[in-house]
Design a protein around this ligand. Sequence first.
Ligand code: COA
Length: 322
Amino acid sequence: MTYSRIIGTGSYLPDNVVSNQDLEKFVDTSDQWIQERTGIKQRHIASDGETTCDLAERAARNAMEAAGKGPKDIDLIVLATTTPDQVFPSTACLLQSRLDIHGCAAFDVQAVCTGFIYALGVADNFIRSGSARCALVIGAETFSRILNWEDRTTCVLFGDGAGAVVLEASDEPGILSTHLHADGDYANMLEVPDGVSKGYDRMRANAAFVEMRGAEVFKMAVNTLGRIVDETLEKNRLQKSDVDWLIPHQANIRIIHATARKLHMPMERVVVTVAEHGNTSAASVPLAFDTAVRDGRIQRGETLLMEAFGGGFTWGSVLARY
Ligand code: COA
């Protein structure tokens, strides 16, 4: 039996840091409100001209270096983003060229904040089926480009960044299971309502930006993530206590606390980076993962549960032995 193993991680945050106090200067909000309701202290914002591919490249190079892999080793690139550089080619193809990788399949997946979990699920299936042996999987976003900076209910929540992992075929697990879900009936609870094909409604200001029914999204996220934790443990016949680390989507500290409670997981075993970069959508799980690998918290052989929830709605989880 072939499994995919995570052999290296990497991440990158843009240099430009925008604190809650900075936001107070141009939107009716306060550091206290943002920290109490979300746990966010600051976010990193890409500078003018800095694109999703730029961030993805830095994270990918870090992950490849950690994995000890060069361009010739990679035979699949899956990149999760909601904020691609261009309509086409895909950001995965742009990244492929930057990294001097040639010929292998490279494509984007779009599942908003669940994007990295989806990308990992896709790459894991390529490796298990023998279609690839060494995959680069990236979550990268310049989410700031789709924010309405006059809407205090959304602009304080998000930020830019990228995270990546390298997966390699192995006889030993590796990724134990992936669980991907969606329900498009909830599309209008969290969306950018306009787009390339539908067009841009010039009569409606800000239609090209994120709109969200925050309180409803919050409730759905807490309930759905609770269910996906149960589904993942049942599939693997594991007890809650068998999970060493929870690596949750970094959207809101209160959602993270709720999922940790559901798992009876002490917060010392939960990787939390939301304060430093806010919700970076598809980049959030691999950013948190890389942080805890590099600071030595996550050790080889430990069992990791990654989960995320996002627009669509989409949601999913990955259970892995590191
Ligand atoms: N600063 C100050 N006040 C704000 C504010 C801000 N940035 N944003 C909203 N408020 C106000 C609201 O206008 C409201 O005022 P009112 O009572 O006078 O109408 C009040 O704060 C409470 O708003 P509410 O939306 O009920 O707050 P909340 O406790 O639900 O927290 C969110 C708001 C957005 C933080 C919360 O709903 C949330 O995290 N939702 C999920 C968001 C998310 O994670 N989305 C991505 C999923 S991938």
